[in-house]
Design a protein around this ligand. Structure first.
Ligand code: RRO
Length: 312
């Protein structure tokens, strides 16, 4: 069986990679993902200037997932572009993803200008959904701003570009967001970022577990799989077929990968489970997915991608 996939005509020998923010902060981590069974890597979202992020503790693992308020610590977009420039020369047949995020549309345009001037041959993931910068709302929940950003970005950038979205929770919001996204030549939509501003409590200590924002943070892991699958499938139903879907949220077994693809994902990304297990997770998940495909008689992802059945 084959777990190969393609995004924008670019071929990947597997369909599982890291989620931005996890195992992608610097060259060391990115190299570890690159030499694992992962299909590719995406960098931590790069900003114009490097950032230290929020005070620690800022990531906490629970029995069912994670809560984080990292606050966008990153090396600055140029660091990631320089590194990808090197590694794409060594692996000319592999396509890489660089994530970036500006604090306003002018910054987004400047970031994409840097990408264009760098000789980057991969795919940009514009993060519209960071939940953790104090005082900054998640762009993806402001529909007019998303529309304005995409209009401006596509007037200024010619390369391949996808967007990372926050989870939505209302059918009307799926309709409204899909209508906006369908106006633009997006390569893909990546659903979902963490569920923003949850609160996890240590009962014995009667205390929060992360320091920033008095404990409020983005939720990942098992908690968010049903929401992630709903977002993947809602956009799969609504988006122009030219816009592909990357599924992220709650993937820790081959079954979870299978479900994301059944809902319409062409690639899946792993966050919380990668943080817990390390890059060995990609080999395990690939093997588990292959076993499921074999048992069902599927040879390739297209045999089941998007083919979720409904009750008559
Ligand atoms: O760095 C973070 O706090 C962070 C980001 Br930018 C994001 O997009 N999603 C997330 O859960 N954390």
């Amino acid at each position: 069986v084959s777990t190969a996939t393609s995004i924008a005509q670019k071929k990947f020998d597997n369909c599982i990679m890291n989620a931005s923010g996890v195992w992608c902060y610097d060259e060391k981590e990115l190299l570890e993902v690159d030499k694992s069974k992962a299909a590719s890597f995406v960098t931590k979202s790069g900003t114009l200037q490097a950032r230290k992020g929020n005070p620690k503790p800022r990531y906490f693992e629970t029995n069912f997932g994670s809560i984080n308020s990292m606050g966008l610590p990153n090396q600055g977009l140029e660091y990631y572009l320089d590194f990808v420039q090197k590694i794409q020369q060594q692996n000319p047949n592999k396509t890489y993803f660089v994530s970036c995020t500006g604090f306003n549309v002018q910054e987004d345009v400047l970031l994409l200008e840097k990408v264009e001037n760098s000789g980057f041959k991969g795919i940009v993931e514009l993060n519209l959904s960071c939940p953790n910068v104090p005082g900054k709302p998640q762009t993806g929940y402001d529909f007019e701003t998303v529309d304005m950003i995409l209009k401006t970005v596509f007037e200024n950038y010619e390369g391949l570009l996808g967007v990372k979205l926050p989870p939505y929770f209302d059918i009307v919001h799926f309709d409204q967001m899909a209508k906006i996204l369908n106006k633009y030549p997006l390569t893909y939509v990546n659903s979902v970022n963490s569920i923003g501003n949850g609160l996890y409590i240590d009962d014995a200590q009667e205390k929060v577990v992360i320091k920033p924002k008095n404990g409020f943070g983005g939720i990942g892991g098992d908690y968010i799989k049903p929401t992630a699958l709903a977002n993947v499938h809602a956009f799969y139903q609504r988006l122009d077929p030219k816009i592909q879907i990357i599924g992220t949220g709650g993937i820790k077994t081959g079954r979870d990968v299978f479900e994301h693809i059944l809902c319409g994902a062409s690639m899946v990304q792993v966050g919380t489970a990668l943080m817990k297990e390390g890059p060995g997770v990609f080999e395990r998940l690939t093997h588990e997915l292959e076993m499921i495909m074999q048992s069902k008689g599927y040879e390739k992802l297209d045999d089941f991608k998007g083919k979720l059945k409904y009750i008559e």
